[in-house]
Every structure is written in C-alpha cells, then in structure tokens.
Ligand binder design. Sequence first.
Ligand SMILES: O=c1ccn([C@@H]2O[C@H](COP(=O)(O)O)[C@@H](O)[C@H]2O)c(=O)[nH]1
Length: 239
Amino acid sequence: MTNMQARDRLIVGLDIPTVSEAEKMVATLGESVSFYKIGYQLVFAGGLEFARDLAKDGKKIFLDMKLLDIDNTVAKGVENIAKMGMTMLTLHAYPKAMRAAVEAAKGSDLCLLGVTVLTSMDAADVTEAGYAQTPEQLVRTRAAQARDAGMGGIVCSAEESAAVREIVGADMAIVTPGIRPKGADAGDQKRVVTPFDALKAGSTHLVVSRPIVKADDPKASAEAILAEMRDALWPANNA
Ligand SMILES: O=c1ccn([C@@H]2O[C@H](COP(=O)(O)O)[C@@H](O)[C@H]2O)c(=O)[nH]1
C-alpha cells in the first residue's frame, strides 16, 4: 500500500447520467486516471456492462453498491460480483453482512470495503438516525467490526483516517470520499478534507466525483488533485 503512486490512489466517481457521457469522461481523462467508481446513478443506467468493459480495458473499478441485506442475499450477490473483474465493492459495515460477504468473496481478488458513516452525515444526522455516538465513535466501532470480519478496507471521512489506521493496522485500505480541494463547493458533503490533508491523515485512496466530473476542464481538475496528492506523498519516493 505504501508504494502506490498518486495515480493509483485517485478514484474518480463516475456520477454521470448515461453510459455514453461516462465513456466521453473516461476518454477526456485519458491516462491521467486509472481507477473509477461506479455507483447507483450509472449502474441503473446500464453501467454494469460498462464497468465490465472498463475493467477489460485495464481500468480498476470500484463498484459502490453499499450492499446490506440478509446474509444469504449478500453472499449470493457478492459471489456474482466477485466474477465480474471488479477491484473494490462496498457494503454497509454491519457485522453479519460483512462476515457473509467475506466468506462469499474467498478465493477472489475483490477487495471488500465497509462503509462506516457516510461523509454526508454530521453529528446531528447521526443523532437523528438513532445513534448516541459521535460520527467518529461510530466509525471506530464499525472499523473494528470490519477488521474482525476480515474485510479488505474501510470507507470513512479522512477526518477519521488516523483513528481508523490505529484500529485496523497497517494493511487495510482506507478509502475516503468527501474530498474537496481548498475553496471547492462541498455540496451535500459534511465531513470534507482536502486531498493533501487526507493523504497526510493516512487515507490510502481518495474518491473524487463532482470536483472532477462537473469541472469545466475535468482533466485539468484531475491533474491539479494529483499534483496535490504528489505533494502530500513526497518525499516518500512513491508519488
Ligand atoms: O461515505 C460515503 C460513501 C460514498 N460516497 C460516494 O463517493 C462519491 C463522492 O462524490 P463527490 O461528488 O466527490 O462528493 C459519491 O459517489 C458518493 O456516493 C460518499 O460520498 N460518502
């Protein structure tokens, strides 16, 4: 994980209405970007086939399905996704679902990520959802449960990355959305961190969608974020 270059750590979220627009975005970003996240918006517009095609073309794909269901249903879904050539898959970090998913993914290269507390939630949102903990306390609990279930990584805000690293040890991925370059519009994100600070806090991968795909010049925006990431990684000789 420590030897990865900035380009291997940037995951661009293809939150785009149609496959043809997503194809154009991938062509625009070209060799600058090697890792894409595909979630609800594109999956429900024919994006699964597109995800398979991108993987065949050598891109890494993070399928952001945030699964949560009874054990048997999660397991059967993960078994099929594990055959699709995807690199990462999310499920909500609930112990039973995570254990079922880990068992189902055994023997595949699929990295299972546990979503702890959505980066669009602040303390008030967590309270409203019925939890008597702060976001960080809940992230810590769920990170420990993900570790114990044998998951490959954690999704959290980079605000919690340092705390999560202490809990999960050196090997698990820490994947952080809610990334915003200085001055960028946060939108609905509440626990936001800059690319530089996120890597310094110990995030292994940064998920960025709107600051790139909604930019006037998406390639320039991706390159600027990559430059900031290289600054954070230097002088580790791995930027
Ligand atoms: O806690 C989470 C989990 C997933 N996401 C997803 O990441 C991207 C972020 O998009 P931006 O436009 O860069 O805000 C989006 O696809 C979310 O579904 C998240 O934001 N937070």
